[in-house]
Design a protein around this ligand. Structure first.
Ligand SMILES: NC(=O)c1ccc[n+]([C@@H]2O[C@H](COP(=O)([O-])OP(=O)(O)OC[C@H]3O[C@@H](n4cnc5c(N)ncnc54)[C@H](OP(=O)(O)O)[C@@H]3O)[C@@H](O)[C@H]2O)c1
Length: 332
């Protein structure tokens, strides 16, 4: 496993992180969740990503139990706050009240005294940015959080936050967590250039497009049994990508992966890691074999010719519009 700095910070993260959205506390039983976490650890993954909202807070509990007994200093544990974790008006968003309450819940569920990275899961239009950033800074001073970052914020939102942090002397954001894959490149036009200039890096989600880039979903065929597309929760998220034209083009990536001696999942993960502003690709898994497959992308460097062939195959199914980075227009 190779390691990269998180933004301009001194923190190192594993190039491949393990994330537990959809899976822990929901799609997979606890034994499978534990087996995936231990496969990740065995393969040298040190960075783990979760969120308070995943599986209605159960995902953090499952991860906390799975990591119990592992030397804390050998791990980087990332979580997030914003989406609702309860029914009340203050059980959501980025107010000082919810941030302070949510972090305590996350620490309890994760069985740790601190998280390495605390991320604003979306931009909260109903809370002054100063309030959120001061609360984040207070958590850093309290030692509950070591670094702060955001997820799915636009370049403009990140720039506004950095300006306030610099004026107020708050801890600066070190990372952005966007969706990024060879199919979804919306960060390339605005978010990445700003982050390169300002010392933030990307920790990217769904690098395998939720399984689509493994090539296991065939055009015109039912989804394979046990896959995310057949899971009641997962199918709602992956559905958008199960388009026959897109799936047909993904099949055409197979010779490119084969020529390099890579699996399709490894090609997809290596593709995001080729971007120097990406610190880590967060992969999900329902089975330990998937983790063992995906981690082998660490250290693989795709050449220009491979990148060109991928672009040629995918053509206009690639999404590049920076306007697709969006947070809810009102607090959920
Ligand atoms: N910040 C955000 O808003 C946000 C949003 C989404 C995700 N995330 C983070 O990013 C992480 C990863 O997201 P993701 O789970 O969508 O990532 P992904 O790695 O693109 O997809 C993972 C899923 O693809 C399938 N898969 C993975 N490797 C495979 C392989 N080698 N062969 C066949 N199938 C394979 C598995 O599903 P099946 O076996 O069920 O098919 C697995 O659960 C999340 O856990 C979370 O930490 C963040």
């Amino acid at each position: 496993m190779e390691f990269r700095h998180l933004g301009r910070s001194g923190l190192m993260v594993s190039e491949i992180s393990y994330g537990n959205w959809i899976t822990h506390g929901s799609q997979v039983e606890e034994d499978a969740a534990r087996a995936c976490v231990h496969a990740a650890l065995d393969e040298g993954v040190t960075t783990f990503d979760t969120a308070d909202v995943y599986a209605g807070t159960r995902a953090e509990e499952v991860l906390g139990r799975a990591l119990e007994g592992v030397r804390r200093e050998s791990l980087e544990i990332f979580t997030k706050v914003y989406w609702p974790t309860g029914t009340g008006p203050n059980d959501r968003g980025l107010s000082r009240k919810h941030i302070m309450e949510s972090v305590n819940g996350s620490l309890r569920r994760l069985r740790t005294d601190y998280v390495d990275l605390y991320q604003a899961h979306r931009f909260d239009v109903e809370t002054p940015l100063e309030e959120t950033l001061r609360a984040f800074d207070d958590l850093v001073r309290q030692g509950k959080v070591l670094y702060v970052g955001v997820s799915e914020w636009t370049a403009d939102q990140i720039a506004r936050a950095l300006k306030i942090a610099d004026e107020m002397g708050f801890d600066r954001l070190v990372s952005s967590q966007p969706q990024y894959s060879m199919l979804w490149r919306v960060i390339e036009a605005e978010v990445v250039p700003l982050c390169e200039k300002e010392g933030l890096s990307q920790i990217v989600w769904s690098p395998i497009a939720q399984g689509v880039l493994t090539g296991k979903y065939l055009p015109g065929q039912p989804a394979p049994a046990g896959s995310r597309a057949t899971d009641p929760t997962g199918s709602g998220f992956i559905g958008r990508m199960l388009d026959d034209e897109l799936l047909r083009r993904v099949q055409e990536l197979k010779p490119i992966a084969a020529d390099l001696g890579l699996t399709m999942a490894q090609l997809a993960v290596a593709w995001v890691l080729r971007n120097p502003n990406v610190s880590s690709a967060i992969v999900g898994a329902t089975r330990p074999e998937q983790v063992r497959d995906n981690v082998k992308a660490s250290g693989v460097r795709l050449d220009d010719e491979t990148m060109r062939r991928i672009d040629e195959v995918l053509g206009d199914v690639v999404e590049r519009d920076p306007a697709k980075t969006v947070s809810p227009a009102t607090r959920p």
